[in-house]
Design a protein. Sequence first.
Length: 275
Amino acid sequence: MQQTPPILTDLAALARNRARATDPFLQAEAVADVQERLTEVNRSFTAPAIVTPFSQVWRNSFRLAKVVGDEDRLDLTPGAHDLVVHALGLHWANDPVGQLAQCRRALAPDGLLIAMLFGGQTLHELRSALGQAEAEVTGGLSPRVVPMAEIRDLGGLLGRVGLALPVADAFTRRVMYRDMFHLMHDLRAMGEGNALAARLRVPTKRAVMTRASEIYRESYGVDGLIPASFEVICLTGWAAHASQQRPLRPGSAVQRLADALNTAERTAPRSTKGS
């Protein structure tokens, strides 16, 4: 019997949070990063698509693009796009692999996927402070920050959905705040408030928040401010095409590795284990 995967995100709460967003500033930085990456690709894209809940941020820079929301079923036509950008929304997806697979199906042959998403080091300071404070005050823990994947676990997803020439890289944006409460205000302004399906549905005790703020400053404070880390991972891959480079078949080499390295070839000794 096939099990239904657990629901990570309360989509209604996520939609409310995003509707109230007033300053999704990291989306603007993602736009600039994607534009820079595209300047390094020796081709023009004439049929792009952007997957984002913040269409107003992306439309000005990608006027030719079809902009769609990151719903569970993406409004993308199979094979219709030479570029698809999934813009900083995969951390909320209940099925991130399914989202990437849909983007792959939307690509024409030799089309490019760029997926920008928050990585596992994002808000590690806030997670640590809240977890320690809640454990001290209440003796338990509750879901407060959406779990995010590590880069080492994400690279393989591109091959899994059928993309060629996969690359995964990351950068970290460090933002300084007066205190934890100003950080949390900024997260709400970004539309990144807690929308976890398993979140507490009652207000957090004031003692927890006060203690968390103290721990945050004690553990991470710098010159009267606190840092917040946002790790952004970029996944890129191409829809297969005959013009793309392919690895050689095993055994097809015309020169021995030892000759190329100008060294003597040695035969490994046979193992005697189990004899």
